[in-house]
Design a protein. Structure first.
Ligand code: ATP
Ligand code: MG
Length: 198
């Protein structure tokens, strides 16, 4: 049996804020590992600047290389269509009934988006972890969380805030501004070599 943390997102591109968040959640919940799951089609975003899923997956693999407790899964890419977290967790629990799962998010995720099958998702999880993220109110999030039937599944975590976002990185690349140290070096080199986000 393992307690597995899942972190879903577009990862367009993955950045150090994601890695720090995963690390903090792993420590706080004593997770055995964290699996990063890139969306195939993100349900909430306009896909204008979305890189192909294979490139986002490849960057994630570079980002976790060297940390044996971080993994990447292509389960949402394989499934295709809109990537709903509840479908992913249901499939994982069917495939690995011996594991328990906690889902890791930044404070913006529940505040800004309407999640499909959210109550069912909470029911399937050990915990739904919400981490502080600069610019987003934890109090507002706590208020929203208190309205859900599965509110007891929420775990709120204060982490060293990193004001890093993929949106800002894409903008920096397009404007020729530095983005070194915001993403792992291999990811930066891959973005530069392929002229992504120009
Ligand atoms: P974008 O700007 O394109 O939305 P992003 O930086 O928000 O990108 P996502 O792939 O949307 O990254 O996020 C995946 C998950 O990681 C979400 O739950 C999000 O809240 C969380 N996350 C991303 N950046 C941070 C951060 N700096 N601190 C805490 N959580 C973060
Ligand atoms: Mg985001």
């Amino acid at each position: 049996m393992a307690h597995v943390g899942l972190m879903g997102g577009t990862f367009n591109p993955v950045h150090n804020g994601h890695l720090i968040a995963a690390q903090e959640a792993m420590f706080a919940l004593k997770l055995d590992k964290v699996v990063f799951i890139p969306n195939f089609i993100p349900p909430h975003k306009r896909p204008y600047h979305l890189l192909p899923c294979r490139s986002r997956l490849e960057m994630l693999e570079m980002a976790v290389a060297g940390n044996p407790l971080f993994e990447v899964s292509d389960i949402e890419i394989q499934r295709g269509g809109l990537s709903y977290t509840a479908d992913t967790v249901r499939a994982l629990k069917e495939a690995y009934p011996e594991n328990e799962y906690s889902f890791i998010t930044g404070a913006d995720s529940v505040l800004n988006f309407k999640w499909m099958y959210f109550e069912e998702l909470l029911e399937m999880l050990n915990s739904f972890v919400a981490l502080t993220r600069p610019g987003f109110s934890m109090d507002a999030l706590k208020e929203k969380a208190s309205l859900y039937k599965g509110k007891d599944k929420f775990v709120f975590l204060d982490i060293p805030g990193t004001d890093i976002s993929s949106t800002d990185i894409r903008r920096r690349v397009a404007e020729g501004k530095p983005f070194r140290y915001l993403v792992p070096d291999l990811v930066r080199e891959f973005i530069e070599k392929n002229s992504f986000y120009k």
